[in-house]
Ligand binder design. Structure first.
Ligand SMILES: [Zn+2]
Length: 161
């Protein structure tokens, strides 16, 4: 996908915020994943960090929390024209929720070889079950997103030994 330098700088800015949010999740004991949603004017609508362990909630992924916050703020589940930034490629549950929300653009950091449902393991947005065309940009601040996850898993392993 082609995009201008200005748009790319926007993508970097919002992904930096998603990384910052993810860091807080990691420090609180959850896998560090962070998400933010902005509208077509560049206004922040919602933020989410992974809270699965803290809330003991299998649906408490960063993307779901950010989607709920944005829909609540807009008072509609239709997130037309909105962009979701997330540090890790969404899983099948989140990819399904993103398609349901009619989001315009998904920007993510690093591919997830285990459960990535945008292109790595599955491609839910382009599947027969999807009724919405989603634009996707992957690999934004990819190395920072990967390093954050790797550092967290390394730390967890050492903590458990
Ligand atoms: Zn998910």
């Amino acid at each position: 996908m082609l995009f201008s330098h200005t748009q790319y700088l926007q993508h970097l800015k919002w992904m930096q915020l998603a990384l910052y949010i993810a860091q807080a999740a990691g420090e609180a004991g959850d896998v560090p994943v962070g998400a933010v949603i902005i509208d077509s004017f560049g206004n922040l609508l919602g933020k989410g960090e992974n809270r699965k362990e803290r809330d003991q909630d299998p649906t408490a992924h960063a993307e779901i929390i950010a989607l709920r916050a944005a829909a609540c703020k807009l008072k509609t589940w239709r997130l037309h024209g909105c962009t979701l930034y997330v540090t890790l490629e969404p899983c099948p549950m989140c990819a399904g929720a993103i398609v349901q929300s009619r989001l315009e653009l998904l920007v993510y950091g690093v591919d997830d070889p285990k459960t990535g449902a945008i292109r790595t393991v599955e491609n839910i947005p382009d599947s027969a079950a999807s009724n919405h065309k989603l634009s996707v940009i992957g690999g934004v601040l990819e190395s920072s997103c990967r390093q954050q996850l790797q550092a967290w898993f390394t730390h967890q392993r050492h903590r458990l030994q």
